[in-house]
Write a protein that binds this ligand. Structure first.
Ligand SMILES: C[S@@+](CC[C@H](N)C(=O)[O-])C[C@H]1O[C@@H](n2cnc3c(N)ncnc32)[C@H](O)[C@@H]1O
Length: 422
């Protein structure tokens, strides 16, 4: 692979005798890996990634039933180390500030389970839509997705989060092997631009960190300006931060692509501002509440925990103890439960994929072929003598949406935008 000349010169100086090994790795095949979803346990026959809770080497197709049902997430091994080192504890309030397309967020959710709160944010509207798709498929119920600039978030979430992950936009050197196009916009000047953007993002993040909270900063680049020098800058600007972990992942030392990561803890009680939040509240009118209760009693064994909120005709479940979000751009207002229609309520795909076996009163197991056919937009013929009505689709006990069973046929209710082709 032909590397940018200034890039080679820079790393020859930095790596000295390791430089040759470094250069050779660019001609090797990129390392593929995936993580399994602990909410949807599956058996995996693949090589486990060392020191990883959920990771395996190997490639799984975006058209496989494992992907479609949210049982796995493809993520290369070095990128997996970010969530692994962050490892939030249950019940924490966590912010993933630069979250799209959702690799780190889905990993963080794997530790939280359905406890606490994960706010996933990305400044890009286009990318935050992909983030919604990926996290919806993952199926947790304690996640909201925002599409904001960090300064707008800081106005709402002052000293709020126990953990903030900043997987920063960076010069992307660690992606050169996997995505050679990333080389086309690399230059020393681009590295400088990334540095100044990272400092701005970190300064806003610090305003949202709880007094004893944890910051995890990561990049997929090796440039010291964006990595070790950023750590030094942060420690200098915020003397109450203590560095707990710092590591650079080189492809000649670790079986993966490129990554840098650092973890800090805040130790500043004087920072406590005892912020008072106007909490998010339920806003359902009596008709909506009635329709929802009729559906829930008739179709679910699951009693949602959280705040029910209607946005137009759409019903969402928000995690408890959230501040008022009305001033922010919301990409996913919690778990989308369904839609109010005239005189009835229809459950959503998102609810169906977030629930598992025994959460619904009427359910049906699909074969792997049926899952794939359904994701292509086909109905499913299942002559099971079930009563006509909403039926929870399952694949190995894991939810895959709701479908209306009518006289032996499951109508296709898979979101059109998610359909697979071919
Ligand atoms: C390295 S990618 C994140 C990858 C993601 N964490 C994952 O694991 O899938 C960096 C992201 O930062 C976003 N971004 C860029 N500038 C930002 C800003 N000022 N605030 C928040 N996000 C930003 C980009 O849109 C991009 O999606």
């Amino acid at each position: 692979m032909k590397l940018p000349i200034e890039f080679s010169k820079k790393y020859e100086k930095i790596l000295k005798s390791d430089f040759q090994r470094f250069v050779e790795t660019f001609d090797e095949i990129p390392i593929s890996a995936f993580r399994v979803n602990p909410l949807k346990k599956i058996e995996v026959e693949a090589e486990k990634i060392e020191d990883s809770d959920f990771g395996y080497y190997g490639k799984i197709s975006g058209k496989s039933k494992e992907f479609l049902v949210g049982e796995i997430y493809s993520q290369e091994p070095a990128a997996q180390m970010v969530g692994q080192i962050a490892r939030p504890e249950q019940d924490m309030r966590v912010l993933d500030l630069c979250a799209a397309p959702g690799g780190k967020s889905s990993h963080l959710l794997s530790y939280l389970g359905n406890t606490g709160l994960l706010v996933s944010n990305d400044i890009s509207t286009k990318r935050s839509k992909i983030l919604v798709e990926n996290l919806e498929r993952w199926g947790n119920r304690n996640n909201i997705i925002l599409n904001e600039s960090p300064d707008k978030l800081a106005d709402v979430f002052s000293a709020f989060f126990d953990m903030i992950v900043i997987d920063a936009p960076c010069s992307g050197e660690g992606m050169f092997r996997k995505d050679p196009d990333a080389m086309s916009y690399w230059s020393p000047k681009y590295v400088e631009e990334c540095v100044s953007r990272q400092k701005k993002i970190l300064s806003e993040a610090m305003k949202m960190l709880a007094p004893t909270g944890v910051i995890v900063y990561s990049t997929c680049t090796w440039s010291p300006e964006e990595d070790e020098e950023m750590v030094a800058w942060l420690l200098n600007e915020y003397p109450n931060l203590a560095l707990e972990f710092e590591k650079k992942y080189w492809p000649f030392e670790f079986k993966g692509e490129g990554q840098f990561l650092a973890r800090f803890r805040n130790n500043d009680d004087s920072l406590v501002k005892k912020s008072k939040f106007r909490m998010v509240k339920s806003n359902l009118n009596s008709e909506q509440l009635k329709l929802w209760k009729v559906f829930r009693t008739r179709s679910l064994n699951f009693e949602p925990k959280g705040i029910l909120q209607a946005f137009g005709d759409n019903l969402f479940l928000l995690p408890e103890s959230l501040p008022d979000l009305s001033k922010l751009r919301i990409a996913r207002n919690g778990l989308h439960i369904g839609v109010f229609k005239k005189n009835r309520f229809e459950p959503s795909y998102a609810l169906g994929i977030a629930l598992n076996k025994n959460d619904s009163k009427q359910e049906i197991e699909l074969t792997d072929e049926e899952v794939i056919g359904y994701a292509k937009g086909n109905p499913i013929i299942k002559d099971k003598n079930l009563p006509n009505g909403w039926t929870h689709l399952l694949s190995d006990g894991h939810g895959f949406g709701f479908s209306k069973y009518v006289d032996g046929m499951l109508k296709n209710n898979y979101p059109k935008g998610l359909r697979i082709h071919g």
